[in-house]
Ligand binder design. Structure first.
Ligand code: PEP
Ligand code: CO
Length: 444
């Protein structure tokens, strides 16, 4: 039997200061929505959460590699066949390349089926001379730049929960029903290859993967690429009233968040004495912690101790996001602190959030080479310090958007407006994501 930590309840976070929470006009309405959500069935089962913890523990022992990715902010309108299929497809295809290179099973975690709430640096923005609420994710308000549409609406929380359920339902169908066949290289769109600088190496990798699949099938696994796949969901655990509503006591004596397999604490809400730390210390799910340049090693170490006092493997994923310029200044001290405190973590690199820039026209973008540079440096630093990078974390989509510059397709600042769909941070598109997987494969 497990037990919940002392003095913890799903609502004990309310006694602490909670950063980045929406302020609603009608608290009674919020309570009514939360009651409704609480009465609905869970999205995930504790057995799946425990399985992911075991995988994370194996990843910190170099026996797994984790690929986490998806939108910065999922939109409710993304809940359709094409969008879900495209996201699953790119993650599966990347995972085949990574699996081949790392010779380890790849654990796939989507930023999907619940990634609807966003922390913001600025709570308001100026539109036509007026200050209105910033967009904070479809769970909170609408993107439309209009004062009324931007008001936080509690009904969106319930809508988000239903949309997450529909999204996950289709992911489960695809995962179990043979769709994984699409991770076979025959299904890859490799048009970008003709312009890729490492074209020959990529082609050699693809041909080796073909041969490996052919071999496995020839010795009796009839369809090596289409067996059932494991896929896990994750989102930032931001809106604590919502996370509380998705928290329940399991028969094993512990509390689980049943809205996602894994949740993470954002860089803006990881205060050691804050409400997020309090909420997260009580749930059994694996917890990601985003670690940016404003965090000190001591502070992160203390936060890990609060959330994982018995130092269990598979509980904490530390997701560093320093930026390609700053990673050398911050990561070594962070690794040294965690190693000397003997804290068990799975290290992950998010090379997206420290590399956001604005073009001359004020468009938010990220350059492919900066993303790649942070990843390379992160791999090298871990290696030098005898630590292990067990995961990578991307904002990406399976569609042909133009949000990040660079890559073999050579997207420029001028191209960004062609198909910029993100409501929040810019994502790697299909080709950029596949190319990134080939480049990570070389680092592995
Ligand atoms: C995010 O992952 O979209 C995000 C906001 O990250 P961070 O908390 O690291 O800034
Ligand atoms: Co983001």
């Amino acid at each position: 039997m497990r037990t919940a930590p002392e003095n913890w309840r799903p609502d004990s976070w309310k006694a602490f200061t909670a950063a980045q929470q929406p302020l609603y006009d009608d608290p009674a309405h919020v309570q009514e929505v939360i009651r409704r959500i609480r009465s609905w069935p869970p999205l995930v089962y504790p057995g799946e959460v425990k399985q992911l913890r075991r995988e994370l523990a194996l990843a910190s022992e170099r026996r797994r590699f984790i690929l986490q990715g998806g939108d910065c902010a999922e939109k409710f309108s993304d809940c359709n066949r094409e969008s879900i299929t495209a996201k699953l497809k790119i993650l599966l295809q990347m995972s085949v390349i990574l699996c081949y290179a790392s010779k380890r099973p790849i654990i796939k975690i989507g930023r999907i089926a619940g990634q609807y709430g966003k922390p913001r640096s600025n709570l308001t923005e100026e539109v036509r001379g007026c200050q209105i609420h910033s967009y904070r994710g479809d769970n909170i308000n609408a993107f439309e730049p209009d004062a009324e549409a931007r008001k936080p609406d509690p009904e969106r929380l319930a809508q988000g929960q239903q949309i997450a359920a529909m999204t996950l339902n289709y992911i489960r169908a695809l995962s179990a029903g043979g769709f994984a066949d699409l991770h076979h290289p025959d299904h890859w769109n490799l048009n970008f290859l003709s312009r890729a600088p490492h074209r020959e190496q990529y082609e050699a990798t693809i041909s080796s993967i073909h041969k490996a699949i052919g071999f496995v099938e020839s010795i009796g696994y009839r369809d090596a690429s289409s067996s059932k796949i494991d896929f896990y969901t994750s989102h930032e655990g931001l809106i604590l009233a919502l996370e509380e509503a998705m928290t329940s006591l399991h028969t094993d004596g512990a509390y689980y968040n049943h809205g996602a397999h894994m949740l993470w604490i954002g860089d803006r809400t990881r205060q050691v004495n804050g409400a997020h730390a309090e909420y997260f210390r009580g749930i059994e799910n694996p917890v990601g912690i985003k670690v940016g340049p404003s965090s000190s090693p001591e502070e992160i170490s203390e936060l890990i101790h609060i959330i994982n006092p018995s130092n269990e493997a598979g509980r904490i994923m530390l997701i560093t996001r320093f930026g390609c310029e700053a990673v050398q200044d911050f990561l070594p001290a962070m690794i040294e602190q965690i190693s000397s405190a003997r804290q068990k973590v799975c290290w992950s690199c998010d090379p997206m959030h420290g590399n956001i820039i604005k073009t001359k026209n004020g468009i938010k973008t990220r350059d492919f080479n900066a993303i790649l540079a942070e990843l390379k440096r992160t791999f090298e630093i871990h290696k030098q310090l005898r630590s292990y990078l067990g995961a990578v974390h991307f904002e990406l989509t399976g569609e042909d958007v133009t949000e990040c510059t660079g890559g073999a397709e050579g997207i420029t600042d001028q191209d960004l407006s062609t198909n910029y769909e993100s409501f929040c941070d810019p994502r790697l598109n299909y080709s950029q994501s596949l190319e990134m997987a080939f480049l990570i494969a070389q680092m592995l």
